[in-house]
Design a protein around this ligand. Structure first.
Ligand code: IMP
Ligand code: MG
Length: 178
């Protein structure tokens, strides 16, 4: 597994520090509110669980699964809900937790659907952001790291369902997918 990694982009320690920082910020911003984290499966479950454990105010969590990629590294433009939330979000202060904001197609679509369900507020928190790749009109409210346009894996992110369990974010060797 490790032999398929060209280089480590963000170490485990650097991730830990950033997640703690984000959790502190969110805990302060949402004091006294009715906070719900929506975890976008599968990629963001690792980040979401690290973040969630560091939140110091009352918070709930729910899960949604959407598909935008097959096993390729480029967006298909097609987004569909594979598993919906368990409960309504009306009146709640919602934060969507994502692993990576890339073209933005997935999150743009998802946030439009969720807005129609009448949350009190809706924000986006992503651990990784690829600003150069954006095609949809969307920005994240909480961003861990801006990264260059390279295909990365680890910390929940996969290529063909592999590498999610790497504790760091690494650049995948092109030879693995080309
Ligand atoms: P978007 O719709 O293009 O923003 O894509 C969002 C989704 O694509 C993410 O939730 C990831 O599942 C996947 N994705 C985008 N870039 C990468 C990457 O560099 N590595 C692994 N998955 C990625
Ligand atoms: Mg994803």
């Amino acid at each position: 597994m490790i032999n398929d990694i060209e280089r480590v982009l963000i170490s485990e320690e650097t991730l830990n520090h950033k997640v703690a920082e984000l959790a502190k910020q969110i805990s302060a911003d949402y004091e006294g509110r009715d906070l719900l984290f929506i975890t976008v499966l599968k990629g963001s479950f690792v980040f979401a669980s690290d973040l969630f454990r560091r939140i110091t105010i009352p918070a709930k969590v729910d899960f949604i699964s959407v598909s935008s990629y097959g096993s390729s590294t480029k967006t298909s433009g097609v987004v569909k809900i594979i598993k919906d939330l368990d409960k309504p979000i009306e009146g709640l202060d919602v934060i969507i937790v994502e692993d990576i904001l890339d073209s933005g197609v997935t999150l743009n679509y998802l946030s439009q659907i969720l807005k129609q369900r009448g949350p009190r507020s809706l924000k986006i928190c992503t651990i990784l952001n690829k600003p150069d790749r954006r095609i949809a009109p969307i920005t994240a409210d909480y961003v861990g790291f801006d990264i260059p346009d390279e295909f990365v894996v680890g910390y929940g992110l996969d290529y063909d369902e592999k590498y999610r369990n790497l504790p760091f974010v690494g650049v995948l060797k092109r030879s693995v997918y080309e």
